[in-house]
Design a protein around this ligand. Structure first.
Ligand code: GRF
Length: 187
């Protein structure tokens, strides 16, 4: 049984989908939700779904405390789902090719520092792109630059707002993220 930790900072709708997808799975399970924001809705979602959660600070991310916690839980795979901080090199080295992230645009476009959440959709709409999508990729020490695993596209409509685009992207994420993570686990 592969043990998955989800790292999230916000609402956690992807975290929820992942938990539900692997709930009765034969090969993997989400055993921990780790979060750096005490007010994040993902903590309530984890509670409601009976998944243990772990709250940590930016300092604990950097000083190895989170790494220790993940090792204690015997985590095999780390799945970032709306996690806002840079993963420190030490953590990347401890989980080589075992940390994945989802980005709400078609990388390498609209990625990098500061390009997260609504900022991404605002930039895509402002650039009058005709399509956007999602990118699932391995994580390295730089924002949004790890090896790509999967992309899916959706149209950007002429009257889209960042909010309406975000909704379409979220729907795409919910369909694909659990499936791609599953494929990674089962090879
Ligand atoms: C998603 O759009 C994801 O691509 C991005 O942050 C958002 C998280 O949404 N990295 P949620 O918290 O899973 O609802």
């Amino acid at each position: 049984m592969k043990r998955i930790a989800v790292l999230a900072s916000g609402s956690g709708s992807n975290a929820q989908r992942l938990i539900e997808h692997f709930r009765a799975h034969a090969l993997a399970q989400v055993v921990l939700v780790a979060c750096d924001q005490p007010q994040a809705r993902v903590l309530q979602r984890a509670w409601d779904l009976h998944v243990p959660s772990y709250l940590f600070s930016g300092k604990e991310l950097r000083d190895g405390t989170l790494l220790g916690e993940l090792q204690q839980h015997r985590i095999d795979l780390i799945v970032l789902a709306g996690f806002m901080r840079l993963i420190p090199a030490e953590l990347v080295r401890a989980f080589p090719d075992r940390i994945v992230n989802i980005h709400p645009a078609l990388l390498p476009k609209f990625g990098g520092k500061g390009m997260y959440g609504h900022h991404v959709h605002e930039a895509v709409v402002a650039a009058k792109e005709t399509e956007s999508g999602i990118t699932i990729h391995f994580v390295n020490e730089r924002y949004d630059e790890g090896r790509m695993l999967f992309q899916a596209k959706c149209p950007v409509l002429p009257d889209d707002t960042p909010e309406s685009l975000a909704e379409r992207i979220h729907a795409l994420e919910h369909v694909h993220y659990p499936r791609v993570v599953e494929k990674l686990i089962t090879g």
